[in-house]
Ligand binder design. Structure first.
Ligand code: FAD
Length: 394
């Protein structure tokens, strides 16, 4: 029996779900709000873990193509003290394929393959339990019905309210992201500082992380504990110890759209850190403000026939390298079980069983990543180093 299935969202969760259904010759409608695949920058690099993201890619029949694209050397991790001293310099063995990196854009294109995504189809609301199934309303006023609607529409999911009243809350940590292009040619010193993978510097309640993507592109994340409105009054919210002259021109409030004002405020916030580390901010192009939000740890809901959630829509957690992995594995697992379901009751049972499994696994990771964020952006920077050592030795 062919169920009418729609997935809302064409991120890692939704595309993996659709791709595995496609592999099982089961039709699926992918509804994506973006007007085109390249409508916005795809984002940074993702590490695909052996038992999670790579397992999902295997279920989609894409592991060999992933291996050809991914960067095992990108697993390298260097940790510096704020004065520039190298504290850890970890490099993977040549045959280490535990967590290779891949650019988000490359992963998206790999998953897209033959899928026929409906672009520019923003969903506004989902109403389960109508006579003809689950009703989906679109931003353009149209509506359609399905037997199963899967919400893979990320942090601010429009599907989630059909099953849960939970909403994301701010963690107290903000990231400001910037990028360097063509780093090997334009900034060879920074290229050497970063190495083949990631480089991180941890200070009191703040950190700077730089990650190499393919093609000499580097993403830099300045993270710090601050109220959501930190940019409205830097003295009050960040307690900046500003020095006359150094911060001349730095207003009390910063317009987040003003690249130079954001750069100045970050340089003041990280004042005293080693010059090569601050060069990552000095040479950064645009700055993107990303306050980190999470859903409650162990978010569950009373099962609603015909609607479920995957990925960030179900369990938004701090970005500690696992969200996309979980999202993809969930997408693959749900697709396999709904493809095997032969009637409406079996379909519902398979979704119910999937949810139980997802909640248990995601709950464990949500606890781990929340505790991890506390230690990575901490009043005691040695906590970050200790966490790195624990993960390496486990
Ligand atoms: C800085 C940073 C670094 C990270 N690094 C890693 C990492 O290394 N490894 C890792 O595993 N995870 C990482 N993560 C987490 C990871 O990005 C997310 O967990 C992952 O993208 C979740 O995938 P998703 O498909 O559930 O949601 P999303 O990636 O958010 O995709 C949701 C999709 O739904 C679409 N959409 C939204 N609303 C609607 C709507 N109303 N109608 C239709 N479509 C809609 C969006 O346009 C989007 O395409 C990182 C996150 C951040 C912020």
């Amino acid at each position: 029996m062919r169920h009418r299935i729609a997935v809302v969202g064409g991120g890692p969760a939704g595309l993996t779900f659709a791709r595995v259904l496609h592999r099982h010759d089961h039709p699926v409608t992918v509804l994506e709000r973006d007007p085109a695949p390249d409508a916005r920058p795809p984002g940074g690099t993702l590490d695909m873990h052996e038992g999670l993201g790579q397992s999902a890619l295997s279920k989609a029949g894409l592991l060999a193509e992933f291996e050809a694209l991914s960067r095992p050397e990108g697993q390298a991790m260097r940790i510096l003290d704020t004065d520039g001293t190298v504290l850890r310099d970890w490099r993977p063995r040549p045959d280490d394929r535990a967590n290779p990196e891949i650019d988000r854009g490359q992963l998206r294109d790999l998953l897209l393959g033959p899928l026929d995504v409906q672009w520019g189809r923003g969903v506004t609301e989902v109403e389960p339990g109508t006579r003809d199934g689950v009703l989906v309303r679109f931003a353009d006023g149209r509506q359609e019905t399905y037997d199963l609607v899967v919400g893979a529409d990320g942090a601010w999911s429009r599907v989630r309210p059909a099953v849960s009243s939970a909403t994301p809350h701010y963690t107290g940590v903000t990231a400001v992201e910037t990028s360097l292009e063509d780093v090997d040619t334009r900034h060879p010193d920074l290229a050497r500082l970063i190495g083949d993978g990631s480089m991180a510097v941890y200070g009191v309640n703040r950190s700077i992380v730089a990650q190499r993507n393919s093609g000499g592109h580097v993403k830099v994340y300045a993270q710090f504990r601050a109220p959501l409105d930190w940019h409205t009054d830097l003295d009050r919210h960040l307690g900046l110890n500003r020095r006359a002259g150094l911060d001349a021109g730095l207003d009390a409030g910063v317009d987040l759209a003003d690249v130079e004002a954001v750069r100045s405020s970050l340089l003041a916030l990280f004042d005293g850190w080693a010059a090569p580390v601050l060069d990552l901010l000095r040479h950064g192009t645009a700055f993107v403000h990303r306050p980190l939000y999470v859903l409650p740890v162990s978010h569950t809901w009373a099962h609603v026939p015909g609607v479920t959630l995957l990925g960030d829509a179900a369990h938004l957690m701090p970005p500690l390298g696992v969200g996309a992995n979980l999202a993809m594995l969930e997408g693959a697992e749900l697709a396999e079980s709904v493809a095997a379901a032969t009637g409406p009751d079996e379909l519902d049972e398979s979704v119910r069983a999937f949810e139980e499994q997802m909640w248990a696994r995601a709950g464990r990771w949500a606890k781990f990543t929340m505790a991890g964020l506390e230690r990575l952006v901490s009043p005691d920077p040695t906590e970050a180093l200790a966490l790195f050592d624990e993960v390496q030795s486990s």
